[in-house]
Design a protein around this ligand. Structure first.
Ligand code: NAD
Ligand code: MG
Length: 339
C-alpha cells in the first residue's frame, strides 16, 4: 500500500525563503500561482506579453512579466506551459538561467520521461501533479479543501528536492486531500492511460455510443442526452463521494441489477484488450512520438477530429438544453472567467 502524505508530513516553510517563478497562466498555472501566493509564497508570474494569460493574470491582481524576466534569480521554476511547447520554452527561457541547486517543477512528467528535456545534473527536477483540472485545484483550495496530487523527484541536487515538492503540494491545498509519492515514469504512464482509456477517451465514447444507440433506435435525442450525458455527472458524484457501493445504494434495485449483469458486457474482453494495447503504446513511447509529430506537423489530425467532434448531434442538442439550465453552466462560466 502506498503511504499517503498530509499537511503534517511536510513543511510549507521550505518554500518561504525561495523565489518562485511560474511560467504559463493557464488551467494549472493560475491555480498554483494564486494558491501558493495565498499560502504566503513569493511568486512571480511569467507570461507572454499581449497574450490571454497576461490579461488574465492582470485581472487577478498580478503584475505579470515576460517568462524570461520571471525566471531571473528564481530558486524554483514552475513549468506550466503545455507539454508540447515545454521543450522550446525550456531551451529559450529556462536552461539559460539554471544555477546549481535551482529547482524545476513540472505538473506532469511527459517531457522529462519521454526525453524531450534533459536537465543538467546539478538542478532539482520535481513534479507536483494534481489529479484534477486546474480550475478545481483552485476552487477547492479556496474552499479550504484540495485536489489530491502526486509528487515525484527525478533529480535531487540539493538533498531537499522532495521537501520542496511536498511544500508546494501543501501550498496548493493538495495535502489536505492526500499526496502520493510516485516516479516520473509511473505518473506519466498512468496519467496518459487514464485520460485515454477511462476519463476522457473512454468516458466520451461511452456516452456517445449510448446516445447514438438510442437515437438510431428512434428515441428523442433530448431524452438520450439527459440519459447518457447529463445524468452521468450525478452518478459520478456518488462514485466520488462514496465509491461504487454508495452509488449502488442510491440507485434502485432495478438499476443495480442491470448495472451488475449488463455492465461487464459493455466493457467486455474487446475493450479490456484495447486498454492493454493503449497502455503498451503509452509505455513504449509510441503515443508520445505520435503526439510530438502531430504538433510539429501543424496539428492537422487534431484540428480535423476537434471539428468533427464539435459537429456531433450530442453537442448541438446539449447546448440547447443547457441554455435552459443556467445553474448547470454556472461552474463553467466561473472557470472561463478564472482562465
Ligand atoms: P494551458 O494550455 O491551460 O495553459 C498553458 C499556459 O502557457 C497558457 O497561459 C499559455 O498562454 C502559456 N503558453 C503557451 N505557449 C507558451 C509559450 N510558448 N511561452 C510561454 N507561455 C506559453 O496548460 P495546462 O493544461 O495548464 O498544462 C500545463 C501543464 O500542466 C502541462 O504539463 C499539463 O500536462 C499539466 N497538467 C494539466 C492539467 C489540467 O488540468 N489542464 C492537469 C494535470 C497536469
Ligand atoms: Mg491527468
Amino acid at each position: 500500500m502506498a503511504k499517503v502524505l498530509y499537511e503534517t508530513d511536510g513543511d510549507f516553510g521550505v518554500l518561504q525563503n525561495r523565489k518562485i517563478a511560474i511560467i504559463g497562466y493557464g488551467s494549472q498555472g493560475h491555480a498554483h500561482a494564486l494558491s501558493l501566493k495565498d499560502s504566503g509564497a513569493d511568486v512571480t508570474v511569467g507570461v507572454r506579453p499581449g497574450s490571454e494569460g497576461w490579461r488574465r493574470a492582470e485581472s487577478h491582481g498580478w503584475t505579470p512579466v515576460s517568462p524570461e524576466e520571471a525566471v531571473q534569480g528564481a530558486d524554483v521554476i514552475g513549468v506550466f506551459v503545455p507539454d508540447h511547447v515545454q521543450r522550446a520554452v525550456w531551451e529559450a527561457v529556462v536552461a539559460p538561467v539554471l544555477r546549481p541547486g535551482t529547482t524545476v517543477l513540472f505538473a506532469h512528467g511527459f517531457t522529462i520521461h519521454f526525453g524531450q528535456i534533459t536537465p543538467p545534473g546539478d538542478v532539482n527536477v520535481v513534479m507536483v501533479a494534481p489529479k484534477g483540472p486546474g480550475h478545481l485545484v483552485r476552487r477547492l483550495y479556496s474552499e479550504g479543501a484540495g485536489v489530491p496530487a502526486l509528487i515525484a523527484v527525478h533529480q535531487d541536487a540539493t538533498g531537499d528536492a522532495r521537501a520542496v515538492a511536498l511544500a508546494w503540494a501543501i501550498g496548493i491545498g493538495s495535502a489536505r486531500a492526500g499526496v502520493l509519492e510516485t516516479s516520473f515514469p509511473e505518473e506519466t504512464e498512468t496519467d496518459l492511460f487514464g485520460e485515454q482509456a477511462v476519463l476522457c477517451g473512454g468516458a466520451t465514447e461511452l456516452v456517445k455510443a449510448g446516445f447514438e444507440t438510442l437515437v438510431e433506435a428512434g428515441y428523442q435525442p433530448e431524452i438520450a442526452y439527459f440519459e447518457c450525458l447529463h445524468e452521468l455527472k450525478l452518478i459520478v458524484d456518488l462514485l466520488y463521494e462514496g465509491g461504487m457501493d454508495w452509488m449502488r445504494y442510491s440507485i434502485s434495485d432495478t438499476a443495480e441489477y442491470g448495472d451488475l449483469t449488463r455492465g461487464p458486457r459493455v466493457i467486455g474482453e474487446p475493450s479490456r484488450q484495447a486498454m492493454r494495447e493503449i497502455l503498451a503504446e503509452v509505455q513504449s513511447g509510441r503515443f508520445a512520438r505520435e503526439f510530438v509529430e502531430e504538433n510539429t506537423s501543424g496539428r492537422s489530425m487534431m484540428k480535423m477530429l476537434r471539428e468533427r467532434a464539435a459537429r456531433h448531434q450530442i453537442e448541438t442538442v446539449g447546448s440547447e438544453l443547457r441554455a435552459m439550465m443556467p445553474f448547470v453552466s454556472q461552474a463553467r462560466e466561473q472557470a472561463e472567467q478564472a482562465t
